[in-house]
Each structure stands twice: as structure tokens, then as C-alpha cells.
Design a protein around this ligand. Structure first.
Ligand SMILES: Cc1cc2nc3c(=O)[nH]c(=O)nc-3n(C[C@H](O)[C@H](O)[C@H](O)COP(=O)(O)O)c2cc1C
Length: 322
């Protein structure tokens, strides 16, 4: 079924180390199609004094182009509440709770997906936090830590609270990014949920999106992460239902150079800048022929000047958009 394009809402997924405010602003200057971004997570703090630098990514003055929902990771309501309240004072009427982070270091502290096997802890958190925060709460979750069935016990709990929406990436934490999204369990979640559900995971092309729209005709809200970084044309193409972009390499290069210039101003040392750009090229390279070759060359660069030369030569002589 062809989706009604006017009804499609596209969210940028939080990608820590990639989709910070610099990326979001530069993206929005060059491309369209996104309606909102959930920010990479902000951890809760042990102190009630929240330094402004902790909130840099979500300050209104850094975010005038794309609406955002700040994300918080933590498992203690009494630490979550002051942070959410501070975000409300900054104008953020919705905050997102991270129940998806798969990394063992995080999960073993019962944060992110590490909290999913403990429905009673999630309920106790919601009971305290929802009543105390002035914001609406949205949740971003995986299906479970170890088993995709863990979420089936959580949906009735989520139904008891006035959540804004539930964003589901249908993998387990242990899966990390392997395998494919479990669409059968996602369908069960849809049936169980009384809240708006947002689908997230592996939307990499118009064809994949079309298949998902056909399978889940009631979903209006979709979240995309890695594929937006790999192919920043994608959100506008999905919204329009067609690809009107003619000169992709040239347009992408202009965007890339703007992004690089902005990160030059953000990072004081060349090492940090180089690391950040290497992180981007892990994804950028996926949209070009011979992705592996350019990725390898870039990852081998140890000096910023060498990196700049490799990228310039790539755009001048080699780059072919897939
Ligand atoms: C490098 C990286 C960083 C991520 N950081 C976050 C994060 O801060 N918060 C979060 O909820 N999810 C995070 N995720 C998960 C993504 O938001 C998203 O759920 C996942 O990539 C699946 O969507 P995609 O297939 O469209 O990328 C991260 C994923 C990656 C690859």
C-alpha cells in the first residue's frame, strides 16, 4: 500500500557521537524531511547541581532549526526528576527515557536495555517520575535485554501511564545491531499498546520503508538513525515518495564541507576532530561505490592534513554515489 505522504512523521534517531547539535543544524541547512530529533542521551547525575555544559546539546540557542526531544538515561527516579525539570525550564515539554542502550557497560548497571528484565523496577520508576516531572515522558526501548518477550510484560505497565509515545527498536540488547528487526514481536507490541508507537530500526531505503508501511499501515511515526547519516537525502526522498536529487556527490560534498568546518570550530584539538570525522565516514562511505576502500584509507589517516587530502582526492576523482 502506498502511504499517505502527508501523514508521515520522520524522527532522527539519537546516535551518540554523531547526531549532536552541530550535525543536526548542518543537516537541516542542506537537507529536509525530518520533523524532529531525539537527542543522544544525557546521563542522570549524582549531584543536584547541573552544569550548563552537561546540557549544551539541548540548549535552545543551539537548536533553532530542528525541534528536539532530549533523551535521558538513568534508572533512579530521584535523579531523573531534577534533570527532566531543568530541561522543562529550558522549554522542553517532552523528555525521552532511554530503555534501549545495548552496551554491556551500561546494561550491567541496569540502565538502558539492562533495565528491561525488571518490570517492577520500571513500574516503580514510572510511578515516581511521571507524577513528579512537569514534562510529558516518551520512552525509547528495545524488545528486551536477552529475550524479545521481555517487552510483552512491559506494555501493560506502559499503558498505565500517560506517556507521549513509545519508540520501539525491535531487537534485544544482546543482539546489538546483528540480525534483523523482529517484526512479529513488534506487531504484538502494537496490538498491546494504548500509546502511539514509533517504529525504529534498519529503515535504509525507500523499498524497505515501503515494505514497512505496507505491513504496519497504522504507523505514522518513524525513526531513522544510521541511514540518515549514510544518506542524508533519504528523509526527503521518503517524504516525497520520489528521488528528485540529481547531483548527489556535489550536493553531499557541500554538506560535508560545511559539517567539517563546523566541527573544526567545536573541537580544539586535531585528534578529536579526526576521530569524529572518521566516525562519520563509517556511515558516509556506505553511500559510495567501493565503500570499503575509502573507509580503510580514512581510518588509516593519523594526521588531519593527510585526512583532508584523502577526502579531497576522493571527491575530486573517485566518488560515485550508489
Ligand atoms: C553510534 C550509535 C549511537 C547511538 N546512540 C544512541 C543514544 O544515545 N540513545 C539511543 O536511544 N539510541 C542510540 N543508538 C540507537 C539508535 O538510536 C537506533 O535505535 C538504532 O541505530 C536503530 O535505528 P537505525 O537502524 O535507523 O540506525 C545509537 C546507535 C548507534 C549506532
Amino acid at each position: 500500500m502506498d502511504p499517505d505522504r502527508t501523514q508521515i512523521n520522520l524522527y532522527l534517531a539519537p546516535l551518540r557521537g554523531l547526531t549532536d547539535y552541530t550535525f543536526r543544524n548542518v543537516f537541516s541547512r542542506h537537507f529536509g524531511g525530518l520533523d524532529l530529533a531525539v537527542t543522544p542521551f544525557i546521563p542522570t547525575l549524582d549531584t543536584s547541581r547541573i552544569k550548563p555544559s552537561h546540557l549544551n546539546d539541548v540548549l535552545p540557542q543551539n537548536n533553532h532549526r530542528l525541534p528536539i526531544v532530549p533523551q535521558i538515561i538513568g534508572n533512579r527516579a530521584e535523579k531523573f526528576i531534577p534533570l527532566a525539570t531543568r530541561l522543562f525550564e529550558l522549554g522542553h515539554e517532552t523528555v525521552n527515557w532511554n530503555l534501549g542502550c545495548p552496551f554491556p557497560m551500561v546494561a550491567k548497571k541496569q540502565r538502558g536495555s539492562g533495565l528491561l528484565p525488571y518490570p517492577e523496577k520500571i513500574e516503580a520508576f514510572l510511578e515516581k517520575a511521571v507524577a513528579a516531572i512537569p514534562n510529558r515522558l516518551s520512552v525509547k526501548t528495545r524488545l528486551g535485554r536477552k529475550s524479545p518477550d521481555e517487552i510483552l510484560k512491559l506494555m501493560p505497565i506502559f499503558n498505565r501511564y500517560p506517556l507521549k509515545e513509545i519508540i520501539i527498536h525491535p531487537r534485544t540488547g544482546q543482539q546489538m545491531y546483528t540480525g534483523s528487526p523482529d517484526l512479529e514481536t513488534f506487531q504484538k507490541c502494537l496490538t498491546l499498546s494504548q500509546h502511539r508507537v514509533v517504529y525504529n530500526g534498519d529503515i535504509t531505503s525507500p523499498a524497505v520503508f515501503q515494505t514497512l508501511c505496507t505491513r504496519f499501515p497504522d504507523i505514522r511515526h518513524w525513526m531513522i538513525g544510521r541511514a540518515v547519516v549514510a544518506n542524508p537525502f533519504l528523509p526527503a526522498i521518503l517524504k516525497a515518495g520520489r528521488d528528485d536529487f540529481a547531483v548527489k556527490v556535489e550536493t553531499f560534498r557541500i554538506f560535508y564541507e560545511d559539517l567539517f568546518d563546523h566541527y573544526r570550530q567545536v573541537f580544539s584539538g586535531p585528534g578529536h576532530l579526526l576521530d569524529r570525522m572518521k566516525g562519520f565516514w563509517t556511515y558516509f562511505s556506505r553511500s559510495f561505490q567501493n565503500a570499503h576502500r575509502i573507509r580503510k584509507k580514512i581510518h588509516r589517516a593519523h594526521k588531519l592534513q593527510h585526512y583532508v587530502e584523502i577526502v579531497a582526492r576522493f571527491f575530486d576523482q573517485e566518488a560515485v554515489w550508489l
